[in-house]
Design a protein around this ligand. Sequence first.
Ligand code: DGY
Length: 325
Amino acid sequence: MKKQVLLYKKLSPLLMARLHEQTEVTLIDNLNADGLAKLRDALPRAHGLLGASLKLDAGLLDLAPDLEAIASVSVGVDNYDIDYLTERRILLSNTPDVLTETTADTGFALILATARRVVELANMVRAGQWTRNVGPTQFGTDVHGKTLGIIGMGRIGEALAQRGHFGFGMPVIYHSHTPKPAVEQRFNAQYRSLPELLQQADFVCLTLPLTAETEGLIGAKQFALMRRESIFINISRGKVVDEAALIQALSEGQIRAAGLDVFEREPLNHDSPLLQLNNVVATPHIGSATHETREAMATCAVDNLLAALAGERPKNLVNTKAWKA
Ligand code: DGY
């Protein structure tokens, strides 16, 4: 008998066909109240789950006694209680690697957009307010040659360092759990403590995962260490930052600008003070959101799920302790 898969993300026809060939699929194509009710109804029969952007806690997963595997279409796994999954021996997989370059591109888009005030000035043109050549009040600040500070030197941090070092001639400094000699050699990067990095970087970029340890890592004390000219970029998770402290730092000119792809609450509230600030570029969590990369992520997730349901170890198993060969 085919295994039951509960899909809470639409896939391309090609990937749908692959899943249908090997499993019985129930599609929840919208995570609104109706969709969530449908999901709860289907969980008792599910062997596998595939999707993204849904907090799957014990309250929901207790409804799924036969669940064997969850394939998350994301690299971040902050939506899952890993200890709970491991205890139940539910295999959790994610989609690293395939989104690294695209997410680093998003980081650089935010670096350039904030430094050169791209959104603010493009809006000025659109509003018919370009009536004379721009002067110092509209000037931005250089990116090339400035110091790139990366907090969290994983795959995405490295891809950002590569762009900064080779593309923009930027000195790279970084902070992570442990120094990374290979990264230092490739990009001439230098390790710094967190306070040192905050004091020295022109661009402070967050690329680390949200965990109990990183939640609220950057708050008022950390913004106070940054220079008035520095720009803050977040492509990791909103909860790594105390958003109220960020708003205060931006409003009081403690830092120059912020490029934000992630927020404490998503979607961001329309009345967020962040949206009143000209020195903020806010994007709707588009880190990996290109046609090519999202298809590659979905393919990776389908591969992971089908492997797990066939009793094989998925390539991108997160909770390795749940695997008993
Ligand atoms: C990821 O893959 O974790 C992206 O941030 C989308 O959630």
